[in-house]
Design a protein around this ligand. Structure first.
Ligand SMILES: [Zn+2]
Ligand SMILES: [Zn+2]
Length: 299
């Protein structure tokens, strides 16, 4: 199974600290390099994570607040100066065309090919193997969450093929497509030699106020990544500023029956108290951790 790899490039909040840069993460799967948000300084996080920014093929912006996007001009400029040869696709909520126009004006020339997609909620990218879905969240500006979904797949069981002494012909592909075939006079049904490889799902919910519908979008996620800007004592403040507490993030994970929860967008106020956020979240949902810059997860 090809791994999905997530690298946390920045796990901080509005103000960076020596330990935490502004929000950004890179999800890679085969040739896909999906950067979600690009806070100031993100491009410097790449070499520190021993990654090349040329891995990026797509950028998904959750919303146009400075702590999530101020790294874009620098990153795009550096890609141009280092002969980035792909067409870079950038997706974001309402306003993305306007903001990207302003950003490209800042730069001397725009040597990379860039396509901006101002998107509505729904499926925004799809291949036969995987898709990316965007959904609305509840911040004080147009804001989106994203799910990366690998679809369930029918695979051939090599051991069973061997047992039946089937020759390795292109006909076997039809079994994986659900068709019964006849080889050397033997009729083989797909159920005899195939199995279902389960799908996988990573859901990313950054700045948002709490809302019951969020769990629906994270349903059965193998990994849910959410912001956790506040502790429980500041629940009112979280509501006022349209952010989540760690306990609310855990509630979304629990309702969604997610398998694991990773908290990010950690405020400098909790720099030395992330254990408090974890403790409060754990009361609601056990499998929770707080991300640190340069953490790498594979699933
Ligand atoms: Zn925000
Ligand atoms: Zn933010």
């Amino acid at each position: 199974m090809e791994p999905i790899t997530l690298t946390f490039l920045g796990t901080g909040n509005a103000i960076p600290t020596p330990q935490r840069n502004h929000t950004s993460m890179l999800l890679t799967y085969k040739n896909l390099g999906l950067l979600v948000d690009c806070g100031e300084g993100t491009q410097r996080q790449f070499p520190q994570a021993s990654l090349s920014p040329h891995k990026i093929t797509h950028i998904c912006i959750t919303h146009w607040h400075g702590d999530h996007i101020l790294g874009l001009p620098g990153l795009l400029q550096s890609l141009g100066m280092s002969d980035y040869a792909k067409t870079l696709h950038l997706y974001g909520p309402k306003g993305s065309n306007h903001f990207m126009h302003a950003i490209t004006q800042l730069m001397t020339g725009m040597p990379i090919k860039l396509e901006v997609h101002e998107i509505n909620p729904g499926v925004i990218m799809e291949t036969p193997e995987w898709s990316v879905e965007a959904f609305s969240v509840h911040h004080d500006c147009p804001a989106l969450g994203y799910s990366f979904i690998i679809k369930e797949k029918t695979r051939l069981d090599k051991a069973k093929l061997k047992k039946l002494k089937l020759p390795n012909t292109p006909q076997l592909g039809q079994l994986a497509a659900g068709k019964t075939i006849t080889i050397n006079g033997k009729t083989i049904k797909p159920s005899q030699v195939t199995y279902q490889e389960p799908g996988r799902k990573v859901t990313i919910i950054l700045d948002t106020g709490f809302h019951p519908h969020l769990a629906k979008h994270a349903q059965d996620a193998n990994l849910l990544i959410t912001e956790a800007s506040f502790a429980q004592e500041e629940t009112e403040k979280a509501k006022e500023y349209h952010h989540l507490t760690a306990a609310q993030a855990a509630q979304i994970a629990k309702q969604a029956k997610a398998k694991a929860l990773m908290l990010t967008h950690i405020s400098q106020r909790y720099e030395h108290r992330t254990d408090l956020l974890i403790k409060e979240a754990k009361k609601v949902f056990k499998n929770v951790k707080a991300a640190n810059d340069f953490d790498v997860l594979t699933l």
